[in-house]
Design a protein around this ligand. Structure first.
Ligand code: SF4
Length: 461
């Protein structure tokens, strides 16, 4: 009797997807035109003035009146009214630099990925998932002193300030960052000098701590003196081996790196001290769309490269911004091209007020498949879920259980909180009508969650 062996198939049925042509050089096409002159408010501003951190800071837009004064007739009255109504329901206040404002396509602001991230419009907002929480990552619960989160054994997150050069709609720290909004009264990081001293004392007292992320808010808003003071204090602690300055500034206001010389010099001194002490000092930044990387970004990164400063980027996966393979591929290539290492892609945190921005776990996992292999491994970001309730970041693929119909994923985090399950929920808008209805009833909700946990327990045995 002969057995006919089937040849292994090499064809995998993949859903149709528009992909970046691997050999394309589109990632090198960085804007260097006078794009800001299209905005009536900046039409008379020359390049030398526009590309200074002082111009950018002085003309930052923080309310709809300034927005309409800058844009004039570029946007219709109905758009401004939509933003006013959107801000009433948003957890973050409005704050956007002239640079970012100029990169928005004002012929089509509703679809623009930069507008989507920084300017809420009521017409696109959707109802929150019932399981969303302010401070969903439990940063305050894991804070031994106010503004210092100690979750991972060897790493702590120090929040020296609560302001940023921009306010991102998707901010996970919307419980504290920026001014109060109509929906959120912010936790204030007050009593700065004593709070900083308490944080330093705690870090020094814990020999297991080696790695400190200095964030906020955003370290761009620290003075040159404070950049140096904090960096030197930490580097001189025998237990500390690595520090990272976290700033979105490179995506928002790259001009600062080119014109705020005292600030860059202070940072350079800390990096050089780190090198002398054989310790690592790097910048962690945050780009979400290829349009945020321009010629001036490249100039800023060239300066940091000349100073020997390593920069890594953390991206947030957002619906309507970067939730397709070609955009993410282009972003990764473009960041790598200007010497920024794409480090993480985060699934959107479970914070209220921005449900229109969340994607499903399945959508992100699919994008990850297309990104991996598109460029070198060290420039390929890990796709992670920062789990609700303080389980920390988990490789998105490492769920114990995931039901695409109910949209519930269950993770464990044995290195951080052994014996605990952590949940992630797909946005309701992606579920069938029947499941959307089930989520509206507390009893059915609880039943779905308990069932998911039981399945996760079974899978873990
Ligand atoms: S820069 Fe960072 S901390 Fe500031 S609003 Fe954006 S995400 Fe939040």
């Amino acid at each position: 009797m002969s057995i006919e062996l089937l040849a292994p198939t090499t064809e995998v049925a993949e859903p149709p997807e528009i992909l970046a042509e691997p050999r394309t050089l589109a990632h090198r096409e960085l804007r260097r035109d006078d794009y800001w002159r299209a905005l009536p408010g900046y039409a008379a501003v020359d390049a030398d003035t526009f590309h200074t951190h002082t111009f950018q800071t002085r003309h930052t837009v923080t309310n709809v009146r300034q927005l309409s004064e800058t844009l004039g007739g570029l946007a219709p009255e109905s758009f401004y009214a939509d933003v006013v109504a959107g801000l009433k329901r948003a957890p973050m206040a409005l704050r956007i630099s002239p640079y970012l404002l100029s990169l928005i396509d004002w012929a089509n602001p509703y679809e623009d990925p930069i507008r989507t991230q920084f300017m809420p419009v009521a017409s696109q907002q959707v109802k929150d998932h019932p399981e969303l929480r302010l401070d969903s990552l439990h940063e305050q619960k894991d804070s031994p002193v106010p503004g210092l989160t100690h979750r991972y054994p060897d790493k702590a997150l120090f929040l020296p300030l609560d302001s940023c050069p921009v306010y991102c709609r998707f901010c996970t720290r919307s419980y504290a960052i920026g001014g109060d909004t109509e929906t959120v009264e912010k936790l204030k990081f007050t009593g700065r000098s004593q709070r900083w001293e308490d944080a330093f004392a705690y870090i020094e007292s814990r020999p297991e701590l080696e790695d400190i992320v200095i964030s906020g808010g955003d370290t761009y808003n620290l003075s040159a003196g404070h950049i140096q003071e904090i960096g030197e204090r930490l580097l001189r602690m025998p237990n500390i081996r690595r520090i990272r300055y976290a700033t979105k500034g490179l995506a928002v206001l790259p001009q600062k790196i080119l014109t705020d010389h005292p600030w860059v010099d202070a940072l350079t001194r800390v990096v050089e001290l780190g090198r002398t002490l054989h310790k690592e000092v790097v910048i962690h930044t945050h780009f979400n769309h290829p349009n945020e990387v321009t010629g001036v970004t490249q100039d800023a990164l060239n300066r940091l490269t000349e100073r020997g400063i390593t920069v890594r980027s953390q991206t947030v996966l957002q619906s309507g911004v970067n939730d397709n393979a070609s955009t993410m591929q282009l972003l990764v290539r473009r960041l790598s091209y200007v010497n920024i290492h794409p480090y993480y892609v985060y699934f959107h945190d479970m914070v209220p007020g921005v449900e229109d921005l969340r994607t499903t776990l399945a959508a992100g996992l699919k994008i990850e498949k297309f990104v991996r292999g598109h460029t070198a491994g060290f420039n390929t970001p890990s796709f992670v879920v920062d789990t609700m309730g303080g389980g920390g970041k988990r490789d998105a693929h490492s769920y114990e259980y995931y039901n695409r119909e109910s949209g519930i994923a269950v993770y464990t985090s044995p290195g951080v909180k052994p014996g605990t399950f952590f949940l992630y929920f797909d946005p309701l808008k992606a579920l069938s009508e029947a499941y959307q209805l089930r989520w509206q009833h507390a009893g059915a909700r609880n039943e779905m969650i308990q069932q998911a946990l039981a399945e996760a327990r079974r899978a873990g045995r």
